[in-house]
Ligand binder design. Sequence first.
Ligand SMILES: Nc1ncnc2c1ncn2[C@@H]1O[C@H](COP(=O)(O)OP(=O)(O)OP(=O)(O)O)[C@@H](O)[C@H]1O
Ligand SMILES: [Mg+2]
Length: 156
Amino acid sequence: MRQQVTIQSRSLAQTVSCGKKLGELAQVGNIYTLAGDLGAGKTTLTQAIGRGLAVPESYYITSPTFSLLHEYPGRIPLYHMDLYRLTGEDEIEDLGFLDYLYGNGLAVVEWSDRLGNLVPENRLHIEILLVGETERTFIITAHGPQYEKILAALNQ
Ligand SMILES: Nc1ncnc2c1ncn2[C@@H]1O[C@H](COP(=O)(O)OP(=O)(O)OP(=O)(O)O)[C@@H](O)[C@H]1O
Ligand SMILES: [Mg+2]
């Protein structure tokens, strides 16, 4: 099975449709790690993942830049983390993030490079490249067999 796919998004709508599928395909215990510059679309993609998980529309999914973690109820819980402001692995452990990372829902982590050595072995990694005003490139890498399945389903 393929371990990496590249998806071209030429509009917000295309990103939303990709995110919804990622939400629909998620299972309890899954981890999606997101990388990409400021404004690349990590939060935008997470919002769509939330819709794919059937998080009710009444919940507005926002960047947890200051609160670090938001939890939303969906088909399974969505744990949305933003590690931008964190500086080290100790801080991440002290805040108890690992309980959410390996929790009973889908964990979506913005700025996952901050995890350092704590980065999970098994995960779906999504790197978003800012190509133009409304154009983005998604490089999606499966680490672990369950994520290869998600990748295959996403690519159909
Ligand atoms: N094709 C596209 N895919 C995703 N976002 C797009 C696209 N075209 C335009 N945008 C816009 O780009 C912006 C992405 O912002 P967003 O907050 O999601 O980025 P981010 O990666 O979470 O940034 P930060 O690192 O600050 O948290 C949004 O305003 C969104 O509407
Ligand atoms: Mg964000």
